[in-house]
Design a protein around this ligand. Sequence first.
Ligand code: AMP
Length: 111
Amino acid sequence: MTVFMNIINKEIPADIIYEDDICMAFLDVNPSAPTHVLLIPKKPIKKLSDASPDDQAILGHLMVKVGEITRKLGCEDAFRIVINNGKDAQQTVFHLHLHILADRPFHWPPG
Ligand code: AMP
């Protein structure tokens, strides 16, 4: 079980900014930008590449919630979504999560 399941189960604290039956969004404890939110499904999908066709509605739900959450944060016009998939892509918590980063300059290509 990952630390994100502990957050979902309210066993450890987090700054939760959004929650519904399918997903939860909370502040990253070690932010990489002035605004850094993690958006996770409540279903413990280990990584994006493990998602199955059964997870299509969950993944769509997350994508739609990005707009709602960024509007709530006032950063809907400029943000970056990052999903690290796998150890060599710097994934450290093996529970699918979208990083929502905003309020700093971004460069392309990403590092
Ligand atoms: P990743 O490297 O893509 O797996 O991202 C994992 C993210 O989870 C990192 O940005 C961490 O700072 C963040 N993180 C780890 N533990 C916690 C926690 N207890 N509360 C909030 N964010 C966390």
